[in-house]
Design a protein around this ligand. Structure first.
Ligand code: SAM
Length: 370
């Protein structure tokens, strides 16, 4: 064999082995996410309490689950380095486990900005209609949002909830001086929150600005029902109203709003130009239009920017097929909506300019449409 041929075979083997390693690590990550889903949904992480050592029987009793399953899950969580074991040599039924404090914040403290259990829930939701998804790839159709079910809806809501409750009205909107001033002044400002999902953005804005009145609009009826439930929980039904409506058809409300928002939803719309046109009308001459969407790179690169690995993941499983199902013909945007794509939609909808706002967020970019 020549030296060149030997070098080519070595390079192939090295590349193959590195890829096998990556595939196995991915499988490990996948199992971790599924195991977090089980722990979150069954209340295991919450039941593990604040750093206390717990046996499988105690965990099963506290959560009303079956001891044998709880034991297997505890062992799996330990091997996955999510939980700690007090003494691995103890008899299986006497062995004690705990959730380390740093992990507790991520898995069992729903009010923390570092809470990530919803990531497991949205991941499970994203593959729920997997066979319909494959059909859509084959025949060019879409998969309706509702077909992704409760895990996608709740996981999506959980991922953004704390941003909306603890950052949007405290840091992000105050960074837009004229909007912040208007939301604080009289007569009380009116906000239209387009694609509001289960309503956390509307609730966050209503809590941060005690005068404002918010109308949330979303196409998905279960989301709107859930939003009403949270509005009642927070005692905000006098200032919050939720509507199960297509945001592309709200003409009767023209000129009525001081602020019109669309949080992480423009890329999902089958007809983004139609909805942006509606948003422009709702804001009239004086209102502001703010869009928050994924902070992806300006153009496609082989490596992608630091969030694109995730955004492309959501796109191939959920956002693109949902957009393809919603409107015909569909804009078929997908999760990776670049700034120039939004600019194109906005111009078509009658806006003159799209300004990228100097708001710092790892996952999201904020735009003001003028
Ligand atoms: C990715 S979710 C974002 C939900 C919420 N804004 C958040 O950040 O958690 C996109 C939302 O857009 C809604 N949506 C899609 N098309 C819509 C339309 N034409 N009119 C109103 N809402 C729509 C979906 O039902 C879904 O709740």
């Amino acid at each position: 064999m020549t030296n060149t041929l030997t070098a080519m075979i070595d390079q192939h083997a090295e590349q193959r082995d590195a890829f096998i390693e990556r595939m196995l690590q991915s499988a490990s990550g996948l199992f971790n996410l599924f195991s977090v889903y089980i722990g979150d949904r069954l209340g295991y992480y919450r039941a593990l309490g604040a750093g206390e050592w717990v046996t499988s029987t105690e965990l099963a009793t506290r959560t009303q689950t079956h001891e044998r399953y709880a034991r297997e899950w505890l062992e799996q969580q330990t091997v996955a380095a999510i939980l700690e074991v007090a003494d691995e040599r103890e008899d299986a039924l006497w062995r004690r486990y705990r959730l380390p404090p740093g992990h507790r914040e991520v898995l069992a403290e729903p009010e923390s900005l570092n809470y990530l259990a919803p990531l497991a829930q949205i991941a499970v939701g994203a593959v729920y209609p997997i066979h319909a998804l494959l059909d859509a790839y084959r025949n060019g159709g879409g998969v309706p949002y509702g077909d992704y079910g409760v895990d996608l809806r709740e996981g999506q809501a959980g991922m953004n909830r704390n941003l909306f409750l603890y950052e949007l009205g405290q840091q992000h909107l105050p960074a837009i001086a004229d909007v912040h001033a208007r939301l604080q002044s009289d007569p009380p400002a009116r906000i239209a929150d387009i694609g509001c999902g289960v309503g956390w953005s509307s609730i966050g804005m209503a809590l941060a600005y005690p005068n404002v009145k918010v109308d949330g609009f979303d196409l998905d009826e279960p989301s709107i029902e859930e939003a009403w439930g949270y509005a009642r929980q927070y005692g905000l039904t006098d200032r919050l109203t939720f509507h199960a409506r297509d945001a592309g058809s709200l003409e009767v409300l023209n000129g009525r709003y001081d602020l019109v928002t669309a949080f992480e939803c423009v890329h999902d719309l089958g007809n983004p130009v139609g909805v942006l046109r509606t948003m422009r009308r709702l804001a009239g001459d004086r209102g502001a239009v703010i869009v928050m969407d994924e902070r992806v790179g300006d153009e496609f690169t082989a490596q992608g920017n630091e969030v694109e690995w995730m955004m492309y993941g959501w796109s191939i499983l959920h956002c693109l097929p949902v957009g393809m199902a919603e409107h015909q013909p569909s804009a078929a945007t997908g999760t990776v909506m670049r700034t120039d794509t939004l600019r194109g939609y906005a111009r078509e909808a009658g806006f003159q300019d799209v300004e990228v706002l100097p708001i710092d967020n790892f996952f999201f970019r904020f735009y003001r449409l003028r």
